[in-house]
Write a protein that binds this ligand. Structure first.
Ligand code: NAD
Length: 495
């Protein structure tokens, strides 16, 4: 069994709190590791190291920082396979999916190599006679990232690449369920030439998070996780004077209009609902079938399900791996029961799938005739369960999306450009796909939802990420001829 320690001042550090937690291989149910859980004292000691490192790192030239990012990107690309294997061993997702996660995270490193351009301010010459005004962007100091289990590499990469390139020191508190990917990234940063202390990994649970939320030297917190925790992070972090962006849960609707290409829509629904066993914040969990398309669409989706290969993520034949834990699998099973009891039609029942061994596997479930008051509709299930809600009209479909508590991603499937354009105008969600079921923005845009899917006003990575991890300073400057100087108590004017 591996002991999973912290990463402080450029080295692994065993925890001293006396608290630790188990890490499992979800495909076998075996405990494979024990992760140290940091105390408030350990958090304070690590933040002190990060604070000192931040002072020096902000002095590093933009080209030096960019060079570290280039090297980091190169190493990440080289070791993508190894990192994917680490992800699969603790998260359970299939290797191809884990490789995809690393590839999307890599895009954020690529974006951050352009930091000299991204940090540019603006300059106004002669704003007043002999006076120039310009803005500069500066790092915040020590910033923290608190991340969920479902993307143990990509979500930390969303944050740390930009934060570090911008000249901050970054403290990562990864999910205690699959913490090893964070340590893998720490070693890559070091190999890329990042000075010790600029990237820290503090393993832990709510205790470590609480300490970060109240620590006076943490300037900003970037969070991704479930909605109740996101809300708590936002409220506590901001009450403690920190800049906070907190991304929460989701219930992503895929609206299928009667004119949609049926087979393509069915393929998309199956891929987006069951990929990564539905444990994606951008998973499609609700299909809204408009009008006559409902019957044939449900049939087309159902026809694809028996062909899905469920098994260990390390088996290249597997398309879907296990859920993260036994408790989570049981929770998802409870939703299937609740859906059936409340009158949804169980077209496919994941409880019937059999995978040998003690892994946390669950088959795929398709529930038809779901209605908005059922818990399978109102709650984020975060498992391989797809609900179909039947709508009579486009207007009813949009109202469903807009009335939902969450507003992360949504998609429309149609051949009608006008309808798609209307949809992008009408929907209350942060990310919209047109015939694209999982519209995760590329790295040079920003990622974020609306409503209960995001607390704060800044989205993750891309231009918003640069904005979040820097603050602007505006300089008004004059180099006067001493002969023109005089006392003037009036308010400075520009004309
Ligand atoms: P989670 O909220 O349980 O945990 C997220 C992080 O918060 C972890 O690091 C965890 O240790 C910490 N945490 C948990 N409970 C806490 C508490 N009471 N106080 C302080 N810290 C606490 O989420 P999860 O189960 O790891 O991840 C799944 C959730 O994340 C889903 O809801 C999913 O939709 C969401 N998610 C959202 C996005 C997005 O971009 N909006 C992306 C990925 C995941």
């Amino acid at each position: 069994m591996t002991r999973i320690a912290h990463w402080i001042a450029g080295a692994e550090r065993a925890g001293t709190s006396g608290r630790s937690g188990p890490v499992y291989n979800p495909a076998t149910g075996e405990q494979t590791g024990e992760v140290d859980l940091a105390s408030a004292e350990e958090v304070a000691a690590a933040v002190a190291v990060a604070k000192e490192a931040a002072q020096a790192w902000r002095e590093a030239s933009l080209s030096r920082r960019s060079a570290v990012l280039f090297k980091f990107r190169e190493l990440l690309a080289e070791r993508a396979g190894d990192l994917a294997a680490v992800i699969t061993s603790e998260h359970g997702k299939v290797l191809s999916d884990a490789t995809g996660e690393v590839a999307r995270g890599l895009e954020n490193a690529e974006f951050a190599t352009g930091i000299p351009h991204l940090m540019k301010g603006s300059y106004s010459e002669q704003a007043s006679t002999g006076v120039d005004v310009y803005s500069i962007r500066q790092p915040l100091g020590v910033v923290a990232g608190i991340t969920p289990f479902n993307f143990p590499a990509m979500v930390p990469l969303w944050m740390c690449t930009t934060a570090i390139a911008a000249g901050n020191a970054f403290v990562l508190k990864p999910s205690e369920k699959d913490p090893s990917a964070a340590l893998f990234l720490a070693r890559l940063w070091q190999e890329a030439g990042l000075p010790d202390g600029v990237f820290t990994v503090l393993n832990g649970d709510a205790e470590a998070v609480g300490a970060l939320l109240t620590h006076p030297d943490i300037a900003a917190i970037s969070f991704v996780g479930s909605t109740p925790v996101a809300k708590h992070i936002y409220e506590t972090g901001t009450a403690n004077g920190k800049r906070v962006q907190a991304l929460g849960g989701a219930k992503n609707h895929m609206v299928v209009l009667p004119d949609a290409e049926l087979e393509a829509a069915a393929d998309a629904a199956v891929s987006a609902a069951y990929g990564s066993a539905g444990e994606r914040c951008m998973a499609v969990s609700v299909v809204v079938a408009v009008g006559d398309v409902a019957g044939p669409l449900v049939e087309a989706i159902a026809a694809r399900l028996p062909k899905l290969r469920i098994g260990p993520g390390t088996d290249t034949e597997s398309q879907m791996g296990p859920l993260i834990s036994a408790a989570h699998r049981d929770r998802v099973t409870g939703y299937i029961e609740a859906g059936a009891a409340s009158g949804a039609t169980v077209v496919a029942d994941g409880r019937e799938a059999e995978v040998p061994g003690d892994g946390y596997f669950l088959g795929v479930t398709l529930l038809d005739n779901v209605t908005p008051e059922m818990t399978v509709y109102t709650d984020e299930i975060f498992g391989p369960v797809l609900c179909v809600v039947r709508a009579n009209s486009y207007a009813q479909a949009v109202a469903l999306v807009n009335d939902n508590e969450y507003g992360n991603g949504t998609a429309i499937f149609t051949r009608d450009g006008g309808a798609a354009r209307r949809f992008q105008f009408d929907v209350n969600a942060g990310m919209v796909g047109v015939n694209v079921p999982i519209p995760v923005p590329v790295a040079y845009y920003s990622f974020g939802g609306w409503k209960a899917s995001l607390f704060g006003d800044t989205h993750m990575y891309g231009p918003d990420g640069v904005h979040f991890f820097t603050r602007t300073k505006v300089v008004t400057s004059r180099w006067p001829d001493p002969g023109t100087s005089s006392v003037d108590l009036g308010f400075p004017q520009t004309r």
